[in-house]
Design a protein around this ligand. Structure first.
Ligand SMILES: Cc1cc2nc3c(=O)[nH]c(=O)nc-3n(C[C@H](O)[C@H](O)[C@H](O)COP(=O)(O)OP(=O)(O)OC[C@H]3O[C@@H](n4cnc5c(N)ncnc54)[C@H](O)[C@@H]3O)c2cc1C
Length: 453
């Protein structure tokens, strides 16, 4: 079988010099010399045919969504066949009776959010990358801003159809609310970064859209106090929808990038928080408790973002943080997580390393669930110094995260670039079990080889 028999329309096949550079290039890994081909299927059967083609030609495969991943997981290494799912982008519909939305993997996150919200339903997972695909979100178990209240992508996948390495089709999960029926294969595939199968259809759980929401900015003189306030907010049962933190220096980069002003001159560290609910009275009552907690922890400014424009502007600044940092300087942005009681310790350690190595380390993150994004910034270091210091800093940081009981990735995945740290931080017996699972589903390591494990 030739590629033209697999994908009938030639405009959906790239080979040789016609392969766009985007498919070969990864910001953290560099440029691959070649790939066998890139194909863009438009339905499940074409994905099956492409996988069978790869088997016939003994090719490795990379499934690709919108290509926004931050762990090198779509970087080619072995002259792979890239199966780009972005044209499988139909929303099949919302079933209000089962409260499920059926989508193809190439549908973008913001399209899902807009579709369900216009029908008064809500899909809570909310990574900053609104242009990422739902197939990529499932493959990385993406988290985002609202995980502190609503959980992560995993909590919203009811059922998914996958094409296995052999070309066979498997349906994982079901529309049932409960299951004690054997091993949960769906949960195994979620977060597997395209190493176990290629997702071609997803049924997502949606919930009723909360009627109201209100956001707050809390300014503090130091981040230790901000992180202590996070614990108090959670213990007080204020139940934030989102609870983000960032430093002044960090938000200034986003201000420059977006041209949006940040609404306070006071403070060096900030919490940005949203509360949602079905009545404004209920939200105001929780907001009043929030202010009491904040005052008890030395807040230097407490802003209620009553204007919808101001609220949207401040969240835009937050959502733009990562892309602003990427444009600001070469950097490594981590997505580590530690138990919530160790956030302050880890942050303090980043500042120790900053002083020790003379390399700028800035942080922002999802404070409410212990997920930091520490950014190791190159600034104007020459290449040799940057290479040397970056490795030393990352080694020490990941060792500290392990010591605190944390994990190397909370939401972006292991991919290629976090593999050494993942291996060092995971018990050998666990790694062996994961390798056995990979071998059971994909004995020839055809699907995204050398990623994760
Ligand atoms: C500016 C920015 C902000 C971000 N903020 C957040 C955040 O707040 N929270 C968060 O969790 N993440 C965040 N991310 C990372 C984001 O979650 C991932 O980029 C996204 O989930 C990947 O989706 P994608 O469609 O781009 O997938 P790709 O980058 O194309 O692929 C990512 C992985 O998914 C696999 N994959 C893709 N589609 C399929 C499929 N159909 N079947 C099987 N495997 C597949 C690939 O093989 C690869 O392993 C951010 C990224 C950026 C650039």
């Amino acid at each position: 079988m030739t590629l033209n028999e697999v994908i009938k329309d030639k405009s959906r096949i790239y080979t040789g010099d016609n392969v766009p550079h985007d498919y070969l290039y990864d910001e953290y890994v560099g440029t691959a010399p070649s790939v066998h081909a890139v194909v863009l299927p438009i339905n499940h059967d074409e994905v099956v045919a492409a996988v069978k083609y790869a088997n016939d030609h003994d090719l490795k495969i990379i499934a690709r969504g919108a290509g926004t991943g931050l762990s090198g997981a779509t970087a080619p290494q072995f002259n792979e066949l890239i199966i780009d799912l972005s044209l499988m982008n139909r929303i099949h519909g919302l079933d209000e009776k089962t409260m499920t939305l059926t989508v193809e993997p190439g549908v973008l996150l913001h399209e899902i959010q807009e579709y369900v919200e216009s029908r008064r339903f809500f899909y809570p997972p909310d990574p900053g990358s609104k242009n990422s695909s739902i197939g990529g979100n499932v493959a990385t178990n993406a988290g985002g801003m609202r995980a502190v209240k609503y959980g992560v992508t995993r909590n919203y996948v009811k059922e998914m159809t996958v094409v296995l390495a052999t070309g066979e089709t498997m349906v994982l999960g079901s529309l049932n609310v409960k299951s004690s029926s054997g091993y949960d294969l769906k949960d195994l595939f979620i977060g597997s970064e395209g190493t176990l199968g290629i997702t071609t259809l997803i049924r997502l759980k949606v919930i009723p859209l909360p009627m109201h929401k209100l956001s707050y900015v809390l300014a503090f003189e130091d981040l230790q106090e901000a992180t202590r306030t996070v614990a108090a907010i959670l213990q007080e049962g204020i139940d934030p929808t989102s609870l983000e933190f960032f430093e002044r220096e960090m938000i200034e980069i986003s201000v420059k990038e977006t041209g949006i002003a940040f609404p306070t001159e006071k403070g060096k560290s900030f919490l940005l928080m949203t509360i949602d609910g079905d009545s404004m009275d209920h939200i105001y009552a929780r907001g009043a408790r929030l202010e009491t907690v904040a005052n008890a922890h030395g807040v230097v400014d407490f802003l209620t973002l009553e204007s919808a424009q101001l609220e949207s502007d401040v969240w835009k600044l937050r959502d733009s943080l990562l892309s602003a940092v990427v444009n600001y300087t070469e950097q490594v942005t981590m997505d580590e997580t530690v138990p919530i009681n160790h956030v302050a310790t880890l942050y303090a350690y980043t500042k120790d390393l900053e002083a020790e190595y003379g390399v700028q380390l800035m942080s922002f993150g999802h404070a409410g669930d212990g997920n930091l994004h520490t950014c190791v910034m190159r600034g104007n270091l020459d290449q040799a110094t940057w290479d040397e210091k970056r490795h030393l800093i990352l080694d020490k940081l990941y060792a500290k995260i392990a010591e605190l009981g944390g994990l190397p990735s909370a939401e972006h995945g292991i991919g290629l670039i976090k593999k050494p740290y993942f291996e060092a931080m995971t018990a050998p017996v666990n790694l062996e079990a994961m390798r056995a699972i990979k071998n059971a589903f994909d004995p020839h390591h055809r699907l995204n080889p050398n990623k994760v494990l």
